[in-house]
Unconditional design. Structure first.
Length: 222
């Protein structure tokens, strides 16, 4: 999949990491030690994991899948996600991808998160519920927005439709997205899933923008 030069530009996220946020620690901190992020701003989901740090080759793969119709990348990206999220997958009852608004889906013709979720479902045998969550608000692109603006942008953007509640009610949901930036999108999606009856929600993404790497003035789409 990747040549030697590209492999050297890929940062796989490995243990030790925060048991809640999945952000890596420089060294082992002991069982149950939480990152400052998890303590200061506890998320609505229970655990988050990502396969790689967003940047370099990982960035190229995300943008190739998302903007250049490289759906052939999804199974490869999913393999690394399955590796990074093995404990989450083992506990999951159902996989739910973060949805696109229907207008954006119409323009793009596919949902990159659903492609990843479908590949993970095939590799793990955890059932996929691609329609369990709807994006009911056409949000702005998150690129260039400050953290609070991102949160406001996706506030009440998601809903579990009544006919889909049976897919998530009382179940542990594994929420899938391509990139975790500030967590605003997956947090809003998690709240909607919990309101729809989900017993718990974990989050698994291909890439993660690490806290020290986040820039609100980012000009390239994520």
């Amino acid at each position: 999949m990747l040549c030697g030069a590209c492999w050297s530009r890929l940062k796989l996220l490995e243990r030790p990491w925060c048991p809640v946020m999945g952000t890596p620690f420089v060294h082992e901190m002991g069982d149950g030690f939480l990152s400052a992020e998890a303590i200061a701003d506890p998320p609505p989901f229970e655990r988050a994991r990502a396969a790689v740090a967003y940047g370099g080759v990982a960035r190229d793969m995300v943008q190739g899948l998302k903007y250049h119709d490289r759906t052939d990348l999804a199974p490869w990206m999913a393999r690394w996600m399955v590796r990074a999220g093995s404990e989450l997958i083992a506990d999951a009852d159902v996989i739910v991808p973060v949805p696109l608004h229907w207008r954006r889906f119409f323009r793009r013709t596919f949902n990159q998160s659903a492609e990843l979720g479908r590949a993970i479902s095939r590799q793990s045998s955890v059932p996929l519920a691609p329609s369990a969550l709807k994006r009911v608000k056409l949000t702005r692109q998150q690129v260039g927005l400050q953290r609070k603006e991102r949160e406001d942008n996706v506030h009440r953007a998601f809903r579990v439709p009544p006919e889909a509640e049976i897919a998530v009610a009382g179940r542990r949901v594994l929420l899938i997205d391509d990139v975790y930036t500030t967590g605003a999108t997956v947090a809003a999606a998690t709240r909607a899933l919990r309101k729809g009856g989900a017993a718990a929600v974990d989050v698994l993404t291909f890439a993660r923008v690490l806290p020290e790497d986040f820039r609100a003035d980012e000009t390239t789409p994520i």
